[in-house]
Design a protein around this ligand. Structure first.
Ligand SMILES: Cc1cc2nc3c(=O)[nH]c(=O)nc-3n(C[C@H](O)[C@H](O)[C@H](O)COP(=O)(O)O)c2cc1C
Length: 246
């Protein structure tokens, strides 16, 4: 293939970082890559907050559920779904914005943030940097909103730790390709057949990295998490931000 694709396919999340700063120019290149991505109606409903301040990163490391790499790596990016900018456009024109009150707005905003996050991951890894996304940013959203001064109609969707990797990390296997790629219509059988195959593959992988006791396999790990709403404060926080869903 080509280098870009090879690099993308070699992705792995990094949770050990060197004590080494990342220059502003590199961070700007990452964020410019995110900004260049497609977005819904060109509303550009994403903002990225760069957090370098050590005390702030330490606080965030705690708020995201005690994830130490948020404090250890020199840069933490927070990807914000941003309907404040478009709200201002409506204030200017007199057209009253309602999209942020509907699930369609939330889906469009979340999609845009996801695309921006993906581009940032690729850009950072292409520069030899390590990353790990942090969904834990939604564990205590009201405190994060306060700490980052986020206005109404915005929400911290995901964080991204950026730094120089201190270890190689392992490449995590994915579900069988035949159950990920569907031709013409959804192939339920392929998905059903993939579960046992992938569980076996993951338990082998987990044994290799010494985590088989904690995680067991994909089915056990995932279904344990999905038996509860793991970030229960999100709903109240979105309503407080004016993002109430109909
Ligand atoms: C939206 C999102 C949120 C995530 N949140 C966390 C997190 O809070 N903490 C963490 O250690 N990893 C987090 N991850 C990383 C995933 O656990 C990781 O991508 C997944 O296990 C696959 O492993 P890999 O990235 O090494 O291939 C997140 C990834 C995504 C895309």
């Amino acid at each position: 293939m080509n280098n870009t694709i090879e690099k993308i396919k070699d992705h792995r999340s990094i949770r050990q970082y060197l004590d080494k700063d990342v220059p502003d120019e590199l961070i700007d290149e990452i964020i410019k890559s995110a900004q260049a991505m497609p977005n819904s109606i060109n509303g550009q409903q994403t903002s990225v907050i760069v957090v370098r301040d050590k005390a702030k990163r330490e606080k965030l490391a705690e708020l995201v559920g005690n994830q130490p790499y948020v404090a250890k790596a020199p840069v933490f990016l927070v990807f914000v779904m941003d309907f404040y900018r478009t709200y201002l456009a409506g204030e200017k024109t007199g057209f009253n914005q309602v999209i942020h009150e509907d699930i369609e707005g939330i889906l469009a905003g979340a999609t845009d943030v996801g695309i921006a996050l993906g581009a940032s991951v690729i850009a950072a890894e292409s520069l030899g940097l390590g990353i790990v996304p942090i969904g834990g940013i939604r564990q205590n959203p009201e405190e994060v909103i306060e700490l980052l001064g986020l206005p109404e109609y915005t929400f911290p969707m995901v964080g991204l730790v950026v730094g120089y990797p201190a270890d190689e990390s392992h490449k995590k296997p994915r579900v069988p390709f035949e159950s990920f790629k569907h031709n013409e219509s959804y192939d339920k059988k392929a998905v059903e057949d993939s579960i046992d195959v992938y569980d076996e593959k993951m338990s082998k992988y987990l044994k290799e990295i010494g985590r088989e006791e904690q995680e067991v396999n994909w089915s056990v790990f995932t279904s344990r998490i999905y038996q509860s709403v793991y970030y229960p404060k999100v709903k109240a926080a979105t309503i407080k931000q004016g993002l109430k869903t109909k």
